[in-house]
Design a protein around this ligand. Structure first.
Ligand code: ZN
Length: 128
């Protein structure tokens, strides 16, 4: 996958069920290591296998396409397919308050993905 002039691996691949028009449908999912943007790459073949298509989606578009396709997931590279049935398994941002003596001293912002992975994006320190 590509963004910000860099090439990187998908963090997960969703293998999607065939539709009448398209076969070998896959959704590659990653976030850009440079700008942290959420990226989804949809690849598919025409039913006659003559044409291969690729389409990139970013940020909100990537979230939308994941939401749209999660019902079509047959399996995934990470193998968490059962999780997709529970909408509560979908999380995209999480703030965790770090408290000391009852006072919030920092907020940690995590990016959480569909497979339960959590990446610390940013720590905001509360200096009051
Ligand atoms: Zn980028």
């Amino acid at each position: 996958m590509q963004h910000c002039n860099s090439v990187f691996q998908a963090q997960d691949i969703w293998f999607l069920s065939d539709s009448d028009e398209f076969l070998k449908r896959k959704l590659y999912i990653a976030s850009c290591p440079i700008c942290q943007k959420e990226i989804a790459l949809y690849s598919y073949c025409s039913a006659d296998m003559k044409n291969y298509y690729e389409k990139y989606y970013y940020s909100g578009g990537a979230r939308k396409i994941k939401e749209r396709f999660k019902k079509d997931v047959v399996s995934t590279m990470l193998g968490f397919k059962n999780r997709y049935k529970a909408p509560s398994g979908f999380k995209y941002g999480k703030n965790i308050e770090v408290k000391r003596k009852g006072k919030i001293i920092a907020i940690k912002q995590y990016a959480c993905d569909f497979s339960g992975n959590k990446i610390l994006v940013k720590t905001i320190k509360n200096n009051d």
